[in-house]
Write a protein that binds this ligand. Sequence first.
Ligand code: GLN
Length: 312
Amino acid sequence: FRMTDLRAIVAEITEEMAAAPDRGRPASYIPPLARVDVGQFGMAVVTADGDVFTGGAADEAFSVQSVSKVFALTMALGRVGDQLWDRVGREPSGSAFNSIVQLESERGIPRNPFINAGAIVVADVNLGRGRPRESVGELVRFIRSLADDDSIAVDAEVARSESETGFRNVALANYMKSFGNLRGPVEDVLALYFGQCAVAMSCRQLAMAGRYLMAGGVNPVGGHRVVSAARARRINALMLTCGHYDASGDFAFRVGLPGKSGVGGGILAVAPGRASIAVWSPGLNAQGNSQLGTLALERLAMRTGWSVFGRM
Ligand code: GLN
């Protein structure tokens, strides 16, 4: 595989995905997401040299949902550093993204920052003593700076719909509050959480925003340091072990790269030292991860040889 082949590989995978028969189903529990056409597929690969290769609907904005948990985690670590780990674990849960069961025996400490419960604690950290509107704004500005793109914004309809229908998240937040693991008012923490989930981005914007994770914590354009190299490595480790909920092991087996999915059908994947990759297709598999997004990444990893587990 040579870098010059990447354009052809992306085009080929995009064509294969257009013809894929089994596309999964869109998330049904968030009404505006249920309406999205499952026929869509997009892909963007940003290399360490700054080249961008795109396929399909790479410029179509979609709801990033849980992919935002990567940026929220990065921001929370910037605020409180390793103290975060007193309140959130670093183990894969083996449970669904919205599961509540482990919170009882584990006294309100979520397994990791990428399941909903963990991301709600992260939102509490990012809220601090502030107001949710400002905190959402702060996160959006952070994502814009990572992506070098000021057009990124929250989809207000999705945010509203999530706060109207997010009964499980309300339960998770109240349950953790009962253990003393949320400091802010539940309503405010959830307003931030729903706002961050409702950020809309295209594959191109998402792949651009993920560049710091492939480049040892530095935004390769301009050389601006976002996080230390050690922190970037740890975020990648969490994406690999926890980024796909109870399918994280399967994702590591099939793709072999750190990745974070969202129920909007997006996935951000990182080939350290090589590329930041975003795929999007709204049809989900049983674990709530993009069916074609996962397949596309599996094929990309196979054809490029990119893997954190060794060379082919
Ligand atoms: N907003 C969604 C929820 O809280 C995010 C879940 C996801 O993308 N897996 O249910």
